[in-house]
Design a protein around this ligand. Sequence first.
Ligand SMILES: [Zn+2]
Length: 151
Amino acid sequence: MTTNNLTRLTRKIIERGFPELRQIYVIANYKKSDYALEWGVLRQPIRYCIVVDSMFRKAPVSVVVGGLAHELGHILDCENYSLWVDYVRQFLISLSKTLYILNERKIDMKVIRRGFGHELADFFKWTYAEKPENPERGLNLSEIEELIANT
Ligand SMILES: [Zn+2]
């Protein structure tokens, strides 16, 4: 099986900022989607798939890196909890908008701490310009910029 560019980019991000995921098989693909990016567990042995909306094919690399780093933050959470605990956690998050938003913000902070703050800001700006109707759920741009300045 050949590895596509998006999966190679994901590997580079893992090497740069998510060393815990080095042994984890993560693939990424472009696909027409209602979501900017999504992640999911494929099958045993556990491996993950990140789906990136086709509109990002025309985005600058830094934008895609920001989005992928965010999804890797989710995957790292999933790895840190046992599969069963994470399943219950994800279920509770799906029931509560507040928990959902808190979780998204926590992921964004992790992405910034791991050195992808500029890419996250680029992702935010580009995605907002392309799809302003997308509800903002994680950190907003001024919060991202303030955290970058303070790290
Ligand atoms: Zn997220």
